[in-house]
Design a protein around this ligand. Structure first.
Ligand code: ZN
Length: 148
């Protein structure tokens, strides 16, 4: 069984070497569909009885790992020296430095890795993060799925 929680946040970025408008500074309302999979919890004494995982727990992990770190932030590739210099010399910005250029594909992978680390098979049901679908615009998404 799979269940999905959706989180949204606002974030700026640029694609440094992009051939067109994406190399300029701009932002998106990002949306991530976080899907976890596993068997249903069998134990009648557990709060999660009949669930894959409590939606509130997915929300809590996504809030801590993604929303609170990225919302109203600006994601900067660590090779983007011009922007790093700008943010270091000015105040009031939330710079999020990452070791990759912030394409939807790379951000989806980043979110997958961050959330996956926080989900353990605590019920013995094979609970794990299954996929992250990251919407960068209302018509464009990247889907990062578990490989194994
Ligand atoms: Zn963009």
């Amino acid at each position: 069984m799979k269940i999905t929680k959706i989180i949204q946040w606002d974030m700026g970025h640029r694609i440094l070497n992009h051939r067109s408008v994406c190399k300029g500074l701009h932002g998106h309302r990002y949306k991530a569909e976080v899907t976890v999979s596993g068997d249903l919890v069998n134990s009648t004494t557990k709060s999660e009885h009949g669930m894959v995982m409590d939606f509130a727990d997915i929300k809590s992990i996504a809030k801590t790992e993604i929303h609170d770190k990225l919302d109203h932030g600006f994601m900067v590739w660590d090779k983007d020296e011009e922007l790093i210099k700008f943010f270091r010399e000015s105040e009031g910005h939330k710079m999020v430095v990452v070791p990759f250029t912030s394409t939807a594909e790379n951000v989806a992978q980043y979110i997958f890795d961050a959330i996956s680390k926080q989900i353990s098979d605590k019920f013995g049901t094979g609970l794990k993060l299954s996929s992250v679908k990251l919407w960068e615009t209302p018509t464009s998404y990247a889907l990062c799925e578990r490989q194994s």
